[in-house]
Structures are given as structure tokens and as C-alpha cells.
Design a protein around this ligand. Structure first.
Ligand code: FES
Length: 160
């Protein structure tokens, strides 16, 4: 199920407006500005594209293009915790599929989806660069390796 979030609250809008006004006129500040909005709200709401473009003297389509180009940016609401499960070869041969299945079951969402309470977003990646720890997953910036199902459950519980 796709998680929808309503329009931004006035408090969220104020936070975005503050970030935008600090970047006013800095044409080359688009990426840092988008990063700040995403850090603040967890995603870049569609309704912020136009004010961002206006502040930087860009077309909304240019802002939209940059958001679509970089995988780090998302226009969909994301969870407070991003879980990334590796589906690379080294992890796959050491049981990565079972780990992914466990995470899916525990969170109740498929890859690319966010839990209804916005606590977690589940993603998969081609390789997390720590194959010696296979099977591996990340939660936010933390790496968890040599995973087995009970370990996966206790890791996810720490973030609930
Ligand atoms: S294949 Fe999983 S970390 Fe490289």
C-alpha cells in the first residue's frame, strides 16, 4: 500500500520557508538546499518545488529534474528510519534473501515502501560495500553484519 501524507502543516511550511530564505538567490545552492529540506522533513514535498525554484531563480522543472536525478532525494514521505538490505551476490549466497524476507515480514512492507506509522522505509541496494560482513543491512547510518533472523528482529526493535 502506498502511504499518502496530507498537505504540510503550517509549522512544517515555516521550517521549509526558513531554509529557503537562507538560500535565497544562491543559484548553486540547489543541492544543499534540497538536502536540508529532506533532512528537515524526511522528503521533499511537491508543494516546495515552486518556492525553491523561485528563491533560486530557476524553473520548477529544473528543480524537479535534479530531484529525480539523484537517488538520495525523495518526493514521497519516508520513514524516520531507513532500512537498507543488501541484495548483492556475497549477501545473497549467505542468506540475504531470508534476511530481506524477515525484514519485510517484521515491518509489514515491501521494498520501496514506508510503514503506515512513518517509522520505517524499506529499501534494497546492490551492495553496501561491506561484503566481508555478509549478509548485511543498514539502518540509517549504522551497519549490521553477519545477520541471522533473531538478530534482525532485535535490531529493528531498537528503532521502534
Ligand atoms: S554484496 Fe552485500 S555488502 Fe556487498
Amino acid at each position: 500500500m502506498k502511504v499518502e501524507k496530507g498537505p504540510l502543516s503550517s509549522e512544517e511550511l515555516n521550517r521549509v520557508q526558513k531554509i529557503i530564505s537562507e538560500s535565497q538567490g544562491q543559484k548553486w545552492g540547489l543541492i544543499p538546499l534540497l538536502q536540508r529540506v529532506q533532512e528537515e522533513l524526511g522528503y521533499i514535498p511537491r508543494q516546495t518545488v515552486e518556492p525553491i525554484a523561485k528563491a533560486l531563480n530557476l524553473f520548477p522543472s529544473q528543480v524537479q529534474g535534479v530531484i529525480s536525478f539523484y537517488a538520495q532525494f525523495s518526493m514521497e514521505p519516508r520513514g524516520r528510519n531507513i532500512v537498507r538490505v543488501c541484495r548483492g551476490t556475497a549477501c545473497h549466497v549467505r542468506g540475504g534473501r531470508t534476511i530481506l524476507k524477515m525484514v519485510r515480514q517484521h515491518l509489514g512492507v515491501e521494498e520501496g515502501r514506508t510503514t503506515e506509522d512513518f517509522k520505517f522505509t524499506l529499501e534494497t541496494v546492490a551492495c553496501l560495500g561491506t561484503c566481508f560482513l555478509a549478509p548485511v543491512m543498514m539502518v540509517n547510518r549504522g551497519y549490521f553484519g553477519k545477520l541471522v533472523p533473531p538478530k534482525v528482529r532485535s535490531i529493528l526493535k531498537q528503532y521502534e
